[in-house]
Write a protein that binds this ligand. Structure first.
Ligand code: G3H
Ligand code: ZN
Length: 292
């Protein structure tokens, strides 16, 4: 079975990025998996601390593993934005493929020290699990914000990236390159788009020499995605766009069938809506209309 490291290498060779989509329930997981399957491209399922506490660490691990095994499919599981070593060790024991060990809110020195310690501790538990470290400010909360924070101040420099990777031994780096978690109301309406610092991405990739993840992908301009992937982004995280699709679809399902109480008759349109969003993003990230 292909590992996430193999899939990342292959994605880079074909000028593509692997889509990472957060899930909180089976509706989202089905939407993500069926979209990837239709396009025949690898996919990463993300579960943040909040998402894991709702679904259960071992439960989401078992669900993703069951899809991987039954369909012999390159679907991977990432523990997104994990702020404690205990939480990261728990997902290592549960067999996750990767973890985002996020101490980016700490001063640089502490972030370096804690991330380096985490890499050593996690590799001792699960040597094949990839550890992603994070520097710079990419905001917080995959939600609808009244206004998006300005990314300008906390952007990562190539030199910071190089030092951080060297000092911590991480496998993957999440730098701040212009995107922010969540969407503004105007982004949700499609009236405005988020833009990325493409030159910075290329310089960071060259200096860091490890795969890069773009967080806060929702609401990003399509062309900026294409250029960012060409410049060295290997994984793109999308969450808020899926949550918006999930909620809107659920609201209309419930409104259309006011007397329906059977969950499996109410929920399928929500799976379809999530699948459509994931599919259009995967087509963009994989430069394809028809699959790999
Ligand atoms: O880790 C999750 C993401 O970075 C998602 O960000 O909600 O802006 O798409 P987003
Ligand atoms: Zn993120």
């Amino acid at each position: 079975m292909q590992t996430l490291r193999d899939a990342l290498l292959q994605a880079e060779q074909r000028g593509a990025a692997i889509g990472h989509f957060n899930v909180s329930d089976l509706v989202l997981l089905k939407g993500v998996f069926t979209a990837a399957q239709e396009l025949n491209v690898p996919v990463i399922v993300g579960a943040s601390e909040g998402e894991r506490s709702f679904m259960g660490v071992r439960q989401i691990a078992a669900l993703v593993k069951s899809l991987r095994d039954e369909f012999d499919y390159p679907i991977f599981l990432n523990a997104d934005h994990t702020h404690t070593l205990a939480g990261a060790e728990e997902v290592a024991r549960a067999g996750f493929d990767s973890v985002v060990f996020d101490r980016s809110a700490l001063p640089r020195k502490e972030n370096v020290q804690q991330t380096r310690e985490a890499v050593t501790a996690l590799k001792a538990i699960h040597p094949a699990m990839l550890v992603e470290g994070e520097i710079g400010d990419i905001g917080s909360g995959s939600e609808i914000h009244d206004a998006m924070p300005e990314p300008g101040k906390g952007l990562t420099t190539p030199e910071e990236a190089r030092q951080f990777v060297e000092e911590t031994g991480i496998d993957i780096l999440a730098p701040a390159v212009g995107s922010m978690h969540g969407m503004s109301r105007s982004m949700v309406q499609g009236a405005s788009k988020q833009h990325l610092d493409i030159e910075r991405i290329a310089a960071i990739r060259k200096a860091a020499r490890v795969p890069l993840t773009l967080h806060g992908g929702s609401g990003t301009d399509d062309d900026d995605f294409r250029k960012a992937i060409a410049a060295g982004i290997s994984i793109v995280h999308i969450n808020t766009e899926l949550r918006v699709a999930w909620r809107r679809s659920l609201e209309s399902s419930l409104a259309n069938k006011p007397d329906e109480v059977v969950p499996y008759k109410i929920l399928p349109p929500a799976v379809d809506s999530v699948r459509e969003v994931v599919k259009s993003r995967l087509q963009l990230f994989n430069n394809t209309q028809s699959g790999r």
